[in-house]
Design a protein around this ligand. Structure first.
Ligand code: ADP
Length: 493
């Protein structure tokens, strides 16, 4: 282990945050057959830890403990649940430096971005600690004089939450915050690529007084864990962030027990730069949306649409900015871009670039693996891209900006909407009528106007079309964890 890893692990151990077992019923537990899976640092390939590799049996036990805990947790007052969530929020913030280091270690993003993720992720716990007290019902005007009608909102029950590796903390808190606020209990399955942050966050939840069994964590054999969650009639809801392919499988699997399903799947974000954009604003915003987390977010720009009048000036400035980015280990000072998560990710990115080149696209900057080796990829711009090319149809999930030139607003809207995805879109213009017109025409759940970074706990996050179902964050984020019950009281006249 390098000194860097040893130091981070030692700090985590001293606060009890270096956990490598699953959490079931408030106890840290090995896989029943003793199997483990290794967690790697993508920046240097070294093994950070071996964590429990669990499957169906452990998941069933986690579901049982969440089911048992539900009867107690759901009956606490909202104020009680809220104060425990506040404690969890405070602990996450107190530990933001070391949690950030852990994220950089297992996920690779630059430390500043990783600490930013902790603050962002914690904000969901704070926000839903507040919202816990605002789950209101309704009294309805009765059509009969001697009847009274009420609407009561109740927690759905046990929730299965499956999360990806690109935001090892925030994708968990975005689900756990509203679920716990409503009175639901959880079985969380983090990505096997980044389980350590999830386990550290779960330890802090225990320290915050979230009772045993309310929040369980299992990881290991993803299909087996998924199967156990899907088959159990005790799991009343599944919330998932990840690839569209796996999301579709889970949605189909949930049909058997008619579970509620929330899905936050892949995007194919267009970023449209109009001739009348402010060059500086467009440059800053479009770089931010492309390069956050080395392009590994579902709301990252996947297609850069640039109007012909600003094209040369914009691409020139964009290239200069991309060329000056520093690529390296996320712990090194001044690094803007870390490694990609693993070899499969690099191969996918590179094959999309090579395919585009073979179809006539041109490399403006980058276009290949970085000289640092491992999973580092050069920040890349390719021009002369057509919307039919694979690179414009699939989610790249890497630091590559494919540029499509367009002439008219109608053409830009047509290209932008010509995809099965509908998560995030961006546009840059100084024309106020155009900003409304285009925002309304885009078939996307999240639209940034002269704005490239666009994810806040107070705002609904989710997609149209095949990018998913439901919304996370904001006051709408509670709805997916609640059932609506209508109570009719008779003989009231
Ligand atoms: P990504 O390509 O971003 O890793 P995935 O959809 O493969 O996206 O992974 C997101 C999450 O889904 C991870 O926690 C992963 O382990 C989990 N996962 C993958 N396949 C399955 C499956 N068949 N059933 C349940 N979970 C799965």
């Amino acid at each position: 282990m390098s000194m860097e890893t040893e130091n981070v692990v030692a700090r985590l151990k001293s606060s009890g945050l270096f956990q490598t077992k699953g959490l079931i019923g408030g106890k840290w537990i090995d896989a029943y057959d003793g199997k483990t899976v290794e967690v790697y640092n993508p920046a240097n390939g070294e093994v950070i830890a071996s964590v429990a590799c669990m499957g169906e049996r452990e998941t069933k036990d986690a579901i049982s403990s969440a089911y048992d805990a539900f009867s107690h947790w759901s009956k606490l007052t909202a104020a009680d649940r809220s104060s425990r969530l506040y404690k969890w929020y405070n602990l996450l913030i107190e530990q933001k430096e070391v949690l950030g280091q852990l994220i950089t270690l297992e996920q690779g993003k630059p430390l500043k971005e990783a600490i930013g993720e902790v603050v962002y992720g914690a904000s969901y716990i704070e926000y839903f600690a507040e919202e816990a007290k605002r789950v209101y019902g309704d009294i309805l005007p009765s059509p009969m004089p001697d009847r009274r009608l009420f609407v009561l909102k109740q927690p759905v029950g046990v929730v299965g939450a499956i999360t990806p590796w690109n935001f090892p903390l925030a994708m968990i808190t975005r689900k756990a915050g509203p679920a716990l606020a409503c009175g639901c209990t959880l079985v969380i399955k983090p990505s096997e690529l980044t389980p350590l942050t999830a386990l550290a966050a779960a330890e802090l939840a225990l320290q915050a007084g979230i009772p045993p069994g309310v929040l369980n964590v299992v990881m290991g054999d993803a299909p087996k864990i998924g199967k156990a969650l899907l088959e159990s009639p005790q799991v009343r809801k599944l919330t998932f962030t990840g690839s569209t392919a796996v999301g579709k499988k889970l949605m189909a699997g949930a049909a058997e027990t008619v579970k509620k399903v929330s899905l936050e799947l892949g995007g194919n974000a267009p970023c449209i730069v109009f001739d009348d954009a402010d060059l500086e604003v467009a440059l800053e915003g479009s770089l931010a949306t492309k390069l956050r987390n080395s392009g590994q977010t579902c709301i990252c720009t996947n297609r850069l649409l640039v109007q012909e009048g600003i094209y040369d000036k914009f691409i020139n400035a964009y290239s200069n900015a991309v060329q000056s980015l520093k690529v390296g280990n996320g712990f090194s000072e001044g690094v803007d871009q870390g490694p990609l998560i693993n070899e499969a990710a690099v191969q996918k990115v590179d094959s999309l670039v090579q395919d585009a080149i073979s179809q006539g696209a041109k490399v403006v900057v980058g276009g290949k693996r970085h000289s640092l080796g491992l999973t580092f990829y050069e920040p890349t711009i390719i021009s002369d891209v057509k919307n039919e090319m694979l690179i414009a149809r699939q989610e790249i999930f890497g630091p590559v900006a494919p540029v499509i030139r367009f002439k008219t607003e109608e053409e830009a809207i047509q290209i932008a909407n010509d995809t099965d995805a509908g998560l995030a879109a961006y546009l840059f213009t100084n024309n106020i009528q155009r900003s409304w017109r285009v925002s309304e025409a885009l078939e996307y759940g999240i639209v940034g106007v002269n704005e490239g970074l666009h994810a806040y706990e107070v705002a609904p996050f989710g997609g149209f079309k095949q990018s998913g179902l439901g919304r996370e964050g904001s006051k709408y984020g509670l709805d997916d964890f609640l059932e609506i019950k209508c109570i009719c009281m008779g003989n009231m006249g």
